[in-house]
Design a protein around this ligand. Sequence first.
Ligand SMILES: NC(=O)c1ccc[n+]([C@@H]2O[C@H](COP(=O)([O-])OP(=O)(O)OC[C@H]3O[C@@H](n4cnc5c(N)ncnc54)[C@H](OP(=O)(O)O)[C@@H]3O)[C@@H](O)[C@H]2O)c1
Length: 286
Amino acid sequence: MKRLIVTGAGGMLGADVTRQFSSNFKVTALTRKELDITDKKAVRQVFKHYRPEIVINCAAFTRVDDCESMKETAFSVNAEGPGILASACRDSGALLVHISTDYVFDGSKKSPWKEDEPKAPLNIYGESKLQGEKRVEARCDNYLIIRTSWLFGLNGPNFITTMLDLSKKRDELSVVNDQEGSPTSTRDLAWGIKMLVMHDLCGVFHCCNSGSCTWFDLCRFVFEKRGIKGVTLKPVPSESFPRPAARPEYSVLDTSRFKKFTGRKMRPWQQAVSEYLSDLEKGATI
Ligand SMILES: NC(=O)c1ccc[n+]([C@@H]2O[C@H](COP(=O)([O-])OP(=O)(O)OC[C@H]3O[C@@H](n4cnc5c(N)ncnc54)[C@H](OP(=O)(O)O)[C@@H]3O)[C@@H](O)[C@H]2O)c1
């Protein structure tokens, strides 16, 4: 079995990636406490000790609004960290799988974004992630950059859990209806990442559940599925919720390259959300 390291293993995606890969690889899952990817010396020691053949970087500073005021941390974790991992992978010959985001695009068009379309992030988070991609591309040849969007999963708070919590406290909820994206299950994404790795692919790929919706549509779907009736949902524009970081209006990713090269298709977001809700109800854990 190939030796594989997951960084950021304590996060929402990191936990699913660890689980997904454990049946076919010798996985070492490292949380932030066990490996800070911005610590060059610690990264070198980990490479020396575990001699990974594959590294999947799920570590990131993901609090989009906080990135605006914590610019240094955002660039350190989302740009310098991946650069450090890329240099270590280049020197050891390991494959680096790096996860990136739909927020590298500005959301200004109305059809799904292809991998090579112009990047123009609207916020610090997106800019720091874009710089991370650039460092990976510049420092090693053997890499997979996988952009994804609107994640939800069992190992972390996300939009769905936030709305379910709010439904217990309010009779009316306003939800943004002018941002469109593809909600994606971290379980499905972990499977998608495995497909790309197993097919020995490299380069940049988009991987998300299929279909798209607005945050309002997603919330309405969740509440209908859960049978939540006593809460009125109000669709509102983004300007009703002034936030530190601007968000793209349309960040749906084109996944045809994933389909072409793996021969597989990610399922519709509605199916993934339904499965997630039933897992939540059962109290499932990863
Ligand atoms: N969430 C989304 O909607 C979304 C959308 C598109 C793309 N993505 C990308 O998908 C990937 C996974 O995101 P996620 O939602 O799973 O994020 P997450 O739940 O926030 O997990 C990120 C993990 O990285 C860890 N981390 C932070 N700084 C670190 C460092 N210096 N060294 C090592 N680990 C560090 C965090 O630890 P602490 O919790 O201790 O800080 C956390 O466990 C990221 O690359 C993200 O940019 C996410």
